[in-house]
Unconditional design. Sequence first.
Length: 82
Amino acid sequence: MPTPNSKRNYKKEHARQYKTDKQKKDQIKKVQTRREFEKNGRVKKKDGKEIDHKKPLAKGGSHSKGNLRVVSRHTNRVKSKK
């Protein structure tokens, strides 16, 4: 963890977080989906909402529109801890 006087190395953090091609592709899809929902007026920047997968990707869910919904950040975080 950086000290208050040190600068964060964002490139290093990003490289550590998105190592595999699958992680990179999932992150790109996440950003694209968020932008699409913003265009359609379903979410706004900094509104505390997130795009949630009804059936998680880890359990065989997809990025299809039928598997996506808008929920609050809190709801999505609580769901992930189950």
